[in-house]
Design a protein around this ligand. Structure first.
Ligand SMILES: Nc1nc2c(ncn2[C@@H]2O[C@H](COP(=O)(O)OP(=O)(O)OP(=O)(O)O)[C@@H](O)[C@H]2O)c(=O)[nH]1
Ligand SMILES: [Mg+2]
Length: 313
């Protein structure tokens, strides 16, 4: 049986639904998901292997304007742009419930300028709005993209189809149809990972991802953006997994907010993260959370590498 293997990279603005669809396609909760933009900070790889085909899906941070923002933001954008170069197929996701955004044109042109590979347009979250709103938004996306392709001088149309594919990550049949379409696009080549390795991410990075998800879900406004998570230790005994993690914040005043009155906020974050860690590992978990201040870590490339695994180690 000759093997096929390829990379599918997910791109789009923050909150487009990349990580939700990524988890659904891989069939496992690898990426954190929240209703706040910029939840994903690093490239995540998910392996879906079936029969002779290995599909390696890359979830990426949402493309955004990082000017005037900490270095963490430009690092996230770099990670996302670099993934375009690895892709055999690029999926560009647009939230069809929210509709077209002018930045989509900018990012799509950037992607088309970087790769000769096929770019699929996915209109996501079609379950989240009334059908007539979705139909209007999808029509606008189609119109804008048709214009966009014509505006790139000297290039051929690289969209596989001018019509965006309508997707809901909440509908299994929608996910299954996209999965088989993408599997059918994988080029011939030897597998790069054992079939049952779900990701290339170290276990610690996956644990940190699930803890950070709770920071994004439970902390208000700007607070989660100053938080990073570092797994300090994982101790596996026959009875349970003991995970020690530090939540780092960039200002002393944020520490108290993460801990909350009488420790209530930290307790709630810890409980939800522990339950998710138990669900994902199938083991009992003891989660020990500490909060530390590292002044302005989001502007320090070495600290960004330490907490988020992005860039130099
Ligand atoms: N109803 C509905 N909600 C969705 C769907 N896909 C994503 N969402 C929601 O949209 C929000 C953002 O989803 P994410 O998957 O975190 O979006 P993202 O593109 O990864 O965002 P960043 O990591 O910030 O770039 C979350 O609240 C999801 O639950 C969908 O198909 N239907
Ligand atoms: Mg994400």
């Amino acid at each position: 049986m000759s093997q096929k293997c390829g990379y599918v990279a997910f791109h789009g603005r923050p909150n487009a639904g990349k990580s939700t669809l990524f988890n659904a396609l891989v069939g496992s909760k690898l990426a954190s998901v929240s209703n706040k933009p910029q939840t994903t900070r690093n490239r995540l790889l998910g392996n879906y292997t079936v029969d002779d085909v290995q599909m390696l899906i890359l979830d990426t941070p949402g493309l955004h304007n990082a000017s005037g923002k900490p270095k963490l933001n430009s690092s996230m954008n770099s990670v996302a742009w670099n993934a375009v170069n690895d892709a055999d197929v690029v999926c560009y996701l647009i939230d069809a419930a929210a509709g077209w955004h002018n930045d989509d044109a900018k990012y799509l042109s950037g992607i088309l300028g970087r790769t000769e590979k096929p770019v699929l347009l996915l209109a996501t979250k079609i379950d989240a709005q009334k059908q007539d709103v979705i139909a209007r938004n999808v029509a606008t996306i189609q119109q804008e993209c048709a214009g966009l392709v014509r505006e790139i001088p000297g290039s051929e149309v690289r969209f596989l189809q001018p019509l965006p594919e309508e997707i809901s990550a909440k509908r299994p049949e929608s996910v299954a149809a996209l999965r088989s379409r993408l599997l059918g696009m994988m080029p011939p080549g030897p597998w790069l990972y054992p079939a049952d390795d779900l990701s290339d991410l170290p276990q610690r990075a996956l644990f940190a991802e699930l803890i950070r998800e709770q920071l994004f879900r439970q902390l208000n406004q700007e607070l989660p953006y100053s938080c990073g998570v570092k797994i300090e230790g994982v101790d596996e005994s026959p009875k349970r997994l003991h995970i020690q993690a530090t939540i780092v914040v960039s200002k002393a005043s944020h520490k108290g907010m993460v801990i909350g009155q009488g420790g209530s906020a930290l307790k709630s974050i810890g409980t939800a993260a522990r339950l998710e860690l138990e669900r994902q590992t199938g083991q009992k978990v003891f989660l020990e959370l500490h909060v530390a201040v590292d002044e302005d870590w989001t502007n320090d490339l070495q600290a960004i590498a330490d907490y988020e695994g992005i860039g130099p180690k």
